[in-house]
Design a protein around this ligand. Sequence first.
Ligand code: ZN
Length: 305
Amino acid sequence: MNAPSPHTNAAEGVRRWKPSPLILGTAALHGGAAAAVLAQPATWPWAASGVVASHLVLTAAGLWPKSALLGPNWTRLPDTSGGADRRIALTIDDGPDPEVTPRVLDLLDRHGARATFFCIGDLARRHPQWIEAMVARGHAVENHSQRHRHTFSLSGPGALRQEIEVAQETLAEISGTRPLFFRAPAGLRNPFLEPVLCGLGLRLASWTRRGFDTRERDAGKVARRLLQGLAPRDILLVHDGHAARSADGRPVVLEVLPKVLRAAAAAQLQWTTLRGALAAQAVWHEGERERPVPGGGRHPPFDKI
Ligand SMILES: [Zn+2]
């Protein structure tokens, strides 16, 4: 069997939206509250409190970037080797930036590393040559919305879809490949996002660890946050756009990346893109289905051996 290339769209397509347990619970609570008030109008303060509380929980889940309470969310790479995986992913957000991105690309080349760039559609339109360079140099281009608005997580389903779909079209046109992953601006979202992503064939990705390199001016501190406890299957987050500057005016990320790339090499970790990990996951699950069980029958899919 041929492994799908990380740059094919084998995994593309509309995913079926399955409401998360929290969403189902909230819907049930709303129905229960309405029924209670109809049956016994005096219960309305209790019913209203329950509904308000459920909205607070939903809001909190959306403000927590690594939460999977609103739907699936990649916070680590999937295990595709029964625990023997040595792969990690570097994700680079908020570009392309005409000053920083070319230097990031050179650093990655020098260390033979592949990265996933979560790009902003408007910036891609302004600097298409750096999107083309990412692809030509073996990296993946994914969707980080069209305008990176700070009000993104306050948008309704129509506005969310518009913002993501325009970026999807922009990035597909310039890179030649449709993005497969989406990262929300600042990692903030709301319950409408997951059904929109399903409709566009996108998966939500956040991260395992980040260095806060848009705010922190000390490259050593950023590198420590990224490297402390670094483990296989981690997803790291840095930025080529909105990069903080060190005291001498240099973008912090350019001092951080060599430290991170050297540490990963010393730990014998290998860089992969998120779409590379997605393709490996598809092959792994396929192998699990095909692997015969001694004595006949087949393993259930996803069963670890
Ligand atoms: Zn961002």
